[in-house]
Design a protein around this ligand. Structure first.
Ligand code: 9Z3
Length: 323
């Protein structure tokens, strides 16, 4: 079987034109109004002057996007990301006084739940003789800190969690968040740790039903995903502080690719990481140079010094913009 998906012939097209075509042809986002209301309300609440003044807000993206191959999707292409980076970073941002919009791939790691076992419900709880539920002693600390950390952040209005699965959902929700965060000016930060598909099947050229195997091998050409980082910087939230990630498996090209992304998309910081060492070391690439950030020991998180450094850079940025 040969399924040819035409590329978008994008040679002369600007990122904003490509973005428009992408959104115009994307499937309608389910619950768009409710998502939009949640975002608007969250940003409104966090921009009110409280005792500490209006809070800084960061949008943390986390997990990989899928590319469906069929409209009634049975098969899809996936991008690797466990969501550990995003979930861990969210905790450190909250600790640093930020409010966080956590845009995450459904089913990936969640803030405050990293120390729980794989099947928390079945492994952390047991039935007692009188059929009430009790926490298993060995997991009691992890359960307590997960519940209290999460409850504290959500009930105080500091954490909003929004799930996505496909690249269509991810980019549509990211646009809603970014255009709403525009009013925060330099107090807004984007921390784009999600692993986003570079290629996708445009909705209108996608098979509706399950692709059949009877006609032999499948031949397909994927379109290039629009470069949304440019659009985010130029149109959606032009004064926000933007941090993107660059993932490679070949260390020989990592720093050069990160430096190219920094320039091309006008990021304030690109965090370069290599797949197998991503939990131990990351390299911050900025206009003023490169800095390696290491975790302190096997038990600590590289996100602790990473977020500390980014918060400092964000503070300098806010001062410069307001000067
Ligand atoms: C990253 O590089 C993240 O640090 C990881 C985190 C996905 C490696 P985990 O979720 O891993 O903790 O398991 N994210 C960005 C990956 C990406 O797709 N970047 C694009 C690129 O490299 C730019 S948006 O071209």
């Amino acid at each position: 079987m040969a399924l040819m998906y035409h590329s978008m012939d994008a040679v002369d097209e600007t990122p904003s034109f490509q973005a428009k075509s992408f959104f115009d042809s994307a499937p309608v986002l389910k619950d768009a109004d409710s998502i939009s209301n949640k975002i608007t309300q969250f940003i409104h609440q966090n921009s009110l002057p409280g005792s500490e003044g209006p809070r800084r807000v960061v949008c943390v993206t986390s997990g990989g996007t899928t590319v469906p191959l069929e409209q009634r999707c049975v098969r899809y292409i996936d991008n690797f990301s466990s969501g550990h980076r995003g979930a861990t970073s969210t905790e450190y941002f909250l600790k640093s006084g930020y409010s966080v919009i956590f845009l995450y791939r459904r089913g990936t790691f969640q803030p405050y739940c990293r120390s729980l076992p794989d099947d928390p419900l079945l492994e952390c709880f047991k039935l007692t003789n009188d059929s009430s539920i009790q926490v298993v002693e060995s997991h009691a600390e992890a359960v307590k800190s997960a519940i209290s950390g999460h409850h504290d952040a959500v009930s105080r209005g500091y954490l909003l969690k929004l799930p996505f699965i496909t690249i269509f959902e991810y980019l549509q929700i990211l646009r809603l968040i970014a255009t709403s965060m525009k009013i925060l000016g330099p107090n807004a930060m984007f921390y784009l740790a999600a692993a986003v598909s570079d290629f996708y099947v445009p909705w209108e050229s996608m098979a509706v039903h399950k692709i059949q195997s009877a006609s032999g091998p499948l031949d397909m050409r994927l379109a290039q995903a629009p470069k949304m980082l440019s659009v985010l910087r130029k149109e959606w939230a032009p004064t926000a502080f933007c941090v993107s990630f660059k993932l490679e498996t070949d260390t020989g090209i990592l720093l050069e690719k990160a430096a190219t992304a920094l320039k091309k998309y006008k990021m304030h910081v690109v965090v370069a990481n290599e797949l197998s060492t991503r939990k131990e070391v990351v390299i911050l690439v900025t206009e003023s140079g490169k800095v390696s950030v290491h975790r302190e020991n096997d038990q600590s998180d590289v996100e602790s010094p990473l977020i500390k450094l980014l918060v400092e850079k964000h503070s300098t940025y806010i001062m410069d913009v307001n000067a």
